[in-house]
Design a binder for this molecule. Sequence first.
Ligand SMILES: [Zn+2]
Ligand SMILES: [Zn+2]
Length: 326
Amino acid sequence: MSADERTLIGWHSISVWTPADWVLAAVGGDDRSGYLRIDDQLMPRLQVKWSPGPIDLQRKREEYAKRLSGGGPVSLGGRVLRMVPVLGKSRRPAQLEVDTEARVLSQRAKPKKDLLGFAWRGRYCGMGVLWNCEVCERAVIAQVSWLPQERLHETAREVLASLEDHGTEGWRWWGLDGLSFLAPESYLMERHKRLSRHLEMRLAAKKGGSWLSVARWGMVSLVLEGRTVAEWFADHLSGRRDITWQSEEMPVKGHEGIAAWGAERGLSGGVRRALGRAVRRGGSAWTACAWHCPEANRLYLVESVEPESGEVLKAVVDSIICHEEP
Ligand SMILES: [Zn+2]
Ligand SMILES: [Zn+2]
């Protein structure tokens, strides 16, 4: 996969690079333990399950191989994968050959993880890994599947090699539908909205009241309706009772944009009165940044409430690639 053919998907503790046409199709659980499935148009491609570790890797692999040998595709999430039409009408279990000696990833490719691999061949083919991570103490089991004629071995290895279950230096990647960004590792998913032209993820710190919201709109002309980004921003936030703010128009990533700062209402009156001065020196500050990327026809809004004014906001905005430079 070259850079323009791949996309970063990040959800809870898991991040992975996949081919660009693979999308997050099913999710469950949380940062501690959960499940995700990534599909392309044809079929489920990658499934990942994470839980507090360690697990007995050998035993888990044997159990898993047994389930696979029972025929048909196995879902890590406990549900049977949907049958795809291209396979024809037959639903009888097919013979599967499971290879528990398969070398999927080298131990060197995943330092600090105790790792085993497996592969299978039948009506579906696939390979997977399971590991115990020394760093975050999570156990992960992941598999990539394909149809025999597709021969996706190399892609599967690349995807599994890129799979990670914890962040780096306190930050981790989140990514959904082509929008990826770095967030503090201590932030957990609070809620998200996923519509065809609008995507929004709100993360919040485990404690302390800090939060972060990243939103993206497509078909920007329909969103702006002739307004500038600054005019849209003012209208967009006009109904918000939770913040008081002021703003300044400025280019963001070379695009028309706006930066804003203020405070959450409900903070002490002193903080509110001193808005614009005091929030820079202490107390939880609200900061935001919006911009319009005409190259990708997208509008972005990032908001952050944090004690260190703007540090998280800046890191998040910096990490977003709104369009690829030619
Ligand atoms: Zn880990
Ligand atoms: Zn851009």
